[in-house]
Design a protein around this ligand. Structure first.
Ligand SMILES: [Zn+2]
Length: 97
């Protein structure tokens, strides 16, 4: 059974370009990191972790428009692949609560 999640648009703070849609599970308000497996848009970023053998090979999460680096690949405490977001470099908008 699918767990409840909120859906956010994550966009570049500098130019406003949409970066990804992100399914957020759990209660916390802030978004410090994006679990790669929870990215639902664009197609090229869905399950991006499956295209790489090693976390260090995953490219930074970068704005396709202005090339600002928004997130850095990292491992969560539980070993999941995430992008650690640079605070202040992105905006988020709730699109489904
Ligand atoms: Zn940008």
């Amino acid at each position: 059974m699918a767990k409840h999640h909120k859906l956010y648009k994550i966009s570049c703070a500098k130019c406003g370009c949409l970066l990804v849609n992100y399914k957020k599970f759990g209660a916390g308000k802030g978004i410090l990191r994006l679990y790669m497996s929870n990215i639902s848009f664009p197609e090229s970023m869905v399950n991006v972790q499956e295209n790489y053998s090693f976390i260090k090979n995953v490219p930074n999460l970068t704005c396709t428009e202005c090339e600002e680096v928004i997130g850095l690949p990292d491992l969560s405490k539980s070993g999941k692949w995430v992008f650690r977001l640079k605070q202040g470099y992105f905006h988020r908008k709730l699109i489904k609560g």
